[in-house]
Ligand binder design. Structure first.
Ligand SMILES: Cc1cc2nc3c(=O)[nH]c(=O)nc-3n(C[C@H](O)[C@H](O)[C@H](O)COP(=O)(O)OP(=O)(O)OC[C@H]3O[C@@H](n4cnc5c(N)ncnc54)[C@H](O)[C@@H]3O)c2cc1C
Length: 419
């Protein structure tokens, strides 16, 4: 494996792929990913991806995002995300993503916290449709080399510049040097007992960057999703998309009574469910599909199949649901171009934070945000690429840095658990 690239990207979800696709073809790029290419949270996204449906939607989209985020959002970031949304969606369509349409027009759906329909989807497997397409396009590019089952274990830093990463692969440890590094390592759900995230997503990029003193933002903002399928088995929790409630799904207590407005933002609905669980003295509440007007088997095929395997026929009976960790609003602090506080280190996607979500993410804003800011990071790198020469570490310099790293790596876990 060669050990010098123009750009090293860590992570193969939507943020990693979209940044790779927007880097110039003349650049030599390496993308490494911890497990197989199809094992990223991007593949799991069910509900959809937001888009500004017309210029008239701007104010409402802004207000919905700010309201969900408790007005703690960075307005400039939200503005950038909304104004870039149509262009990004057109790029996806050009790449071949087949969003649902009706009479030849894009079909918009609604989820909690949205005042109007503005979410594009492909059945209940939007993330798979987008990420598979982006991965195929990425792999078609000869200038991008992709390594699976390869884990970043450290950043290489010299003279306050990021000059590469250390990776661990089945062949052992290796230093990969590069002009730029993009951390697109996703969220932190693997650190939680109950989460919808893949178990291997343990906030590695955030922890390693933090250990090197890179600035962080909103570290305590963790989103709990109101509805995951209740299970007594350990492991990843299966998400019951917000779109189910958006299309008429009703939450019920043990007496079969409705107890909350299902379309409030996620944190509000999660709190109402927790309170109801306490009142009912049960570790779950119920979600009924009976009021949904569309054909639920057709609209939510993956949810239908999964629930059937767990013993529920959603066309006939309610299911048991419980809130679980779902998304991380905080992370590595970035500016609008994806730059972190460490020179030549960029971050994108769920690992990064520019305040776009504030204290709570509006449903279906994260795929969009990941794509918008990953693209901006790539374009920023493209614009400054020529000004950097290769830099390498001596083995003594590397060893000195490592000792400090071990000591500080545990910090993140404590922060996330509010210790
Ligand atoms: C069940 C579920 C449903 C969702 N539904 C929606 C939705 O409908 N709409 C929406 O907008 N958002 C949704 N989200 C959120 C959205 O999917 C994610 O926020 C988004 O996909 C994050 O993309 P990403 O590229 O930043 O990270 P990911 O797609 O999680 O990718 C992270 C990548 O980093 C790699 N990685 C991590 N650590 C290392 C390491 N140390 N070394 C090498 N590689 C590493 C991983 O292997 C992976 O490839 C959902 C999330 C979940 C879990």
């Amino acid at each position: 494996m060669k050990n010098y690239y123009d750009v090293v990207i860590i992570g193969s979800g939507v943020a990693g792929c979209f940044s790779a696709l927007h880097l110039p073809k003349e650049m030599d790029i390496c993308m490494v990913t911890k497990e197989q290419l199809n094992k990223s949270d991007s593949f799991l996204a069910q509900g959809g991806i937001c888009v500004e449906t017309s210029a008239d939607d701007y104010e409402a989209f802004m207000e919905d995002t700010l309201k969900a985020g408790h007005y703690e959002n960075d307005r400039e970031s939200v503005d950038m995300m909304i104004k870039s949304s149509a262009e990004v969606i057109h790029e996806l369509i050009d790449y071949g993503v087949a969003f649902e349409t009706r009479d030849g027009e894009l079909l918009y759906t609604k989820e909690g916290g949205h005042s109007k329909p503005r979410i594009l989807h492909f059945k209940d497997e939007t993330g798979k449709a987008i990420t598979h397409t982006l991965l195929v396009k990425t792999l078609e590019n000869r200038h991008v080399r992709v390594f699976e089952e390869t884990t970043m274990v450290d950043l290489l830093v010299k003279d306050e510049h990021c000059i590469g990463v250390q990776i661990e692969s089945p062949d052992g440890l290796l230093n990969l040097y590069s002009k730029f590094v993009i951390l697109a390592t996703g969220g932190v759900g693997g650190l939680y007992e109950h989460s919808t995230n893949y178990r291997h997503l343990t906030g590695d990029g955030i922890a390693i960057a933090m250990a090197h003193g890179v600035a962080m933002k909103d570290l305590s903002y963790v989103q709990i999703h109101p509805t995951t399928l209740y299970s007594e088995e350990p492991g990843r929790r299966f998400l019951i998309s917000e779109a189910v409630r958006g299309e008429g799904g009703i939450l019920l207590n043990k007496a079969g009574e409705r107890f909350t407005d299902e379309l409030k933002p996620r944190d509000v609905v999660s709190k109402a469910i927790h309170e109801q669980m306490e009142k009912d003295n049960l570790p779950y509440v119920f979600l009924s599909f009976a009021e949904i007007e569309t054909d639920v088997k057709e609209r939510f095929p993956a949810i239908y199949e999964r629930c059937l395997r767990e013993g529920y026929d959603i066309t006939k009976e309610p299911i048991k649901v419980v809130p679980a960790q779902h998304y991380y609003m905080g992370g590595i602090k970035i500016d609008l171009e994806g730059r972190t506080s460490l020179e030549c280190l960029y971050a994108a996607g769920e690992a990064a934070c520019n305040g776009v979500h504030g204290a709570n993410r509006l449903a279906s804003n994260s795929l969009l945000e990941s794509l918008v800011f990953a693209k901006r990071a790539a374009l920023d790198i493209a614009a400054r690429e020529d000004t950097f020469e290769p830099v390498f570490l001596s083995s003594k310099e590397y060893q000195d840095g490592r000792e400090l790293l071990e000591e500080r790596r545990e910090k993140l876990k404590g922060v996330l658990r509010n210790e």
